[in-house]
Design a protein around this ligand. Structure first.
Ligand SMILES: C[S@@+](CC[C@H](N)C(=O)[O-])C[C@H]1O[C@@H](n2cnc3c(N)ncnc32)[C@H](O)[C@@H]1O
Length: 244
């Protein structure tokens, strides 16, 4: 979920180090928290997931088959949280298809519920580590865009290695983007914004669409957290690069 802008919270490191299943990931960008499910999320997980969920399996996905159409743009969103922006963008752009990847079960339930309520046809969900999904399920040069909105900033210096945006991960993303496709990252943490800008600038397969930070693309909605942050005088940085 998007962090409280006034009080950045660090994930519980005890929880991290004690979780055997999470130890071998190349980037430990997330902590699996229990999180309570609402009745609506639970129901959506049971009834909507079988229709709009794509089970993780280490086999290439044919996105045209998944969405039932070939000509539409295919956009991947990594870490959609509770999915408010994802559902908004999918309803705004029905001619494009959106594949959302998230590990957090209440978030997955929440987006499934919105898919059902808003009758969204152009959205599918994979509940799994996005690094593994990219490595095993996404074909090279198959994506028209990638959204990464408010990735966990991992504020403390000793946790920076857990940041999702790292040189190796960006190379992996580049291999999945078509020529001319975009990578859009947004963050409300200035030091992470500078880090992301530096990592993306250093990748020769990417070119910036702006001198440094980009204007907020019209499709990305202002979330309530972001609005609250802006009222408190905090900034938000959008970073949009193109695959050359
Ligand atoms: C700070 S939240 C932001 C959520 C949402 N994008 C928003 O703007 O509110 C970051 C999300 O990324 C998810 N996440 C982090 N690393 C991930 C990974 N490797 N694969 C899938 N999801 C991941 C977390 O579970 C969390 O929900």
């Amino acid at each position: 979920m998007q962090k409280d802008l006034t009080e950045p919270k660090q994930p519980d490191i005890e929880e991290l180090t004690n979780n055997e299943a999470l130890k071998n990931r190349p980037i430990r960008s997330f902590v699996l928290r229990q999180g309570r499910l609402t009745t609506g999320q639970q129901r959506a997980l049971e009834q909507v997931m079988p229709i709009f969920g794509v089970p993780y399996q280490p086999e290439l996905l044919d996105l045209a088959t998944v969405f039932g159409r070939t000509e539409s743009k295919k956009i991947l969103e990594i870490g959609f949280g509770m999915g408010e922006s994802t559902a908004y963008i999918a309803s705004l752009l029905p001619e494009q298809d959106f594949l959302g990847v998230e590990v957090h079960t209440p978030g997955v339930g929440s987006l499934l519920k919105q898919i059902d309520e808003q009758q969204l046809k152009n959205l599918r969900i994979i509940q799994h580590d996005a690094v593994e999904v990219l490595n095993h399920m996404i074909a090279d040069a198959s994506l028209d865009g990638v959204h990464i909105f408010f990735p966990d900033p991992w504020h403390k210096k000793r946790h920076h290695k857990r940041r999702l945006i790292q040189a190796g991960f960006v190379k992996l993303l580049c291999s999945k983007l078509k020529a001319g496709a975009y990578l859009h990252v947004a963050t409300d943490w200035q030091e992470y914004a500078e880090w992301v800008l530096d990592v993306l600038k250093a990748e020769p397969q990417l070119e910036n669409t702006a001198a440094d930070y980009a204007p907020k693309p019209a499709y990305r909605p202002l979330t309530k957290f972001e609005n609250r942050g802006i009222k408190l005088g905090h900034g938000v940085w959008d970073i949009v690069f193109l695959r050359v």
